[in-house]
Design a protein around this ligand. Structure first.
Ligand code: BES
Ligand code: MN
Ligand code: ZN
Length: 487
């Protein structure tokens, strides 16, 4: 997507649309004031009559406004000034862009950030890009038409450029999620990662195939993949922007390219959206793209465990006992609790690769969505300081995350009479946490934070700022963690 920086005055620029923001208190930014002045007070008048309220999600196109060269002025609500943060900046720009992208438009200039901070401007650029792209990949008649050129006023060149990089990464993540499962399966996901490795300068790009996964004793991941004719893969990308012996951050993603539940088959309704189950891996890949293109001076390894969870005569069974890479044995009592089995091996690989700290992202449990709702991720950790870092990064980006407890008592639930542990708790209660307690068995005591994105990774319905489908949530948070990474 073409995103450039502009210094042109808002009334002079000749584009299809200029976008200005209006907070709920009606206070005009310098750009909004310039439009207001050039038009004899059009914005103030509309605000006084309550035709425009400045509420978040509100978009008002003003067509053929005299005194302004652009074909239209779009006023987007910024919401309450005291609630305005990077998330609100992202959503405001996205809301305007999404509306404008309903038609083909060559150039749209965003004059939103007169008094925004640098991170707010960067978030705005990301939002403008995300708003232009929908889930209409296979529609002849497109719902969204990416704007030919996004012009971003204010801020500086560097902010526009970093915003563009992160915006591209968010859209990459969303696209991978939105592809149907027949297109996006372990091998094809690995091919997308290979394409990325061809354009970004990673120090290492490795794909483990089935044979290698066997040699590497990834018995849990392999068991999940056995029900599918499409073989599993493990993808590893290494960005070494820091000192040679500097600390290594590991990002681990769940990449179940379709989750039927296996023999513990999901009901049809719950299966409809289960192409989303590779969102963790897609988020890690998106973040790795951004980290590499931003040339961040840090060492980060991205690991993605890719399998398809299907049913067949060769599928893994209830009662099976699997041996994970670290030698722990697992009794399988539900083949739909497959994500934790995949992650078990991949977390072990992260440890073996020398990770100093680990973050994993996974659409792991419906229970997390029950606990926190669709828009909030669950954070679970074995190290409070590390959890605080992830939590602060999310808050700084305006992405919603909330910590759940990891009391030792929860571990009682995953004890098994026949193996070291079992892959489900006793009943449904606390299901997000018993899943995290399971994962904790595979990080060898390394500081680790688990982000359950089962809610926020995917939106079934359209929102004012985002078409339904993959959301790209937590790409920005991961980039933020990497920016602050120092071991
Ligand atoms: N991929 C699902 C979790 C999920 C559910 C993600 C809804 C997004 C939306 C996961 O593999 C799963 O099936 N979890 C089970 C665990 C249970 C069997 C212990 C669940 O949440 O029901
Ligand atoms: Mn499942
Ligand atoms: Zn799953």
């Amino acid at each position: 997507m073409n995103v450039t920086h502009t210094e042109a005055p808002i009334t002079e620029i000749e584009v299809d649309a200029v976008v200005v923001g209006l907070p709920a208190d009606g206070r005009l930014s310098p750009s909004a004031a310039a439009v207001d002045e050039a038009t004899g007070g059009i914005i103030t008048r509309l605000f006084e009559r309550k035709e425009i309220t400045g509420k978040a999600g509100e978009v008002t196109p003003l067509l053929a406004v005299g005194g302004v060269r652009a074909a239209q002025v779009v006023v987007v609500g910024l919401g309450k000034a005291e609630q305005f943060d990077n998330g609100a900046a992202f959503r405001a720009a996205a809301t305007a862009a999404r509306r404008l992208a309903a038609k083909e438009r060559r150039q749209v200039a965003f004059y939103l950030d007169d008094d925004w901070t640098t991170p707010q401007s960067e978030s705005g650029v990301c939002g403008a890009m995300a708003g232009c792209v929908g889930q209409d990949l296979y529609r002849a008649e497109k719902n969204r038409h990416p704007i030919g050129e996004i012009l971003w006023a204010g801020g500086d060149e560097a902010t526009t450029s970093s915003g563009r990089i992160i915006g591209e990464s968010i859209n990459l993540t969303r696209r991978l999620i939105n592809e149907p499962p027949e297109e996006m399966y372990p091998e094809s996901f690995a091919e997308r990662a290979a394409e990325l490795a061809g354009t970004c300068q990673f120090e290492e790009f490795v794909v483990w195939d089935e044979k290698r996964l066997k040699e590497e004793r990834c018995g849990a991941l392999l068991a999940v993949g056995r029900g599918s004719p499409r073989p599993p893969r493990l993808v590893m990308l290494r960005h070494m922007g820091g000192a040679k012996d500097g600390p290594l951050l590991a990002l681990v993603g769940k990449g179940v390219t379709f989750d039927s539940g296996g023999l513990s088959l999901k009901p049809s309704d719950s299966m409809k959206t289960m192409k989303l189950d590779m969102s963790g891996a897609a988020t890690v890949l998106g973040a790795m793209q951004a980290i590499s293109q931003l040339n961040l001076p840090v060492n980060v390894i991205g690991l993605m465990g890719l399998v398809e969870n299907l049913v067949s005569g060769d599928a893994y069974k209830l009662g099976d006992v699997l041996t994970a890479r670290n030698g722990k044995t697992i009794e399988v009592l539900n083949t739909d609790a497959e994500g934790r089995l995949v992650l078990a091996d991949v977390l072990c690989v992260a440890v073996d690769q020398g990770a100093d700290k680990i973050i994993d992202l996974a659409t792991l449990t419906g229970a997390c969505v029950v606990a926190l709702g669709e828009d909030v991720a669950g954070l679970m950790s074995n190290d409070q300081a590390w959890c605080d870092v992830v939590s602060k990064a999310a808050a700084d980006c305006g992405e919603r995350a909330w910590q759940l407890p990891m009391f030792a008592e929860y571990s009682q639930q995953i004890k098994s009479p026949v193996a070291d542990i079992k892959n489900i708790g006793e009943g449904r209660w606390g299901g997000a946490i018993t899943a995290a307690k399971f994962l904790e068995e595979f990080v060898d005591g390394k500081p680790w934070t688990h982000v359950d994105i089962a809610g926020p990774a995917f939106s079934e319905k359209d929102k004012p700022h985002c078409d339904g489908g993959g959301t790209g949530a937590f790409v920005r948070t991961l980039v933020e963690v990497a920016r602050g990474w120092g071991g």
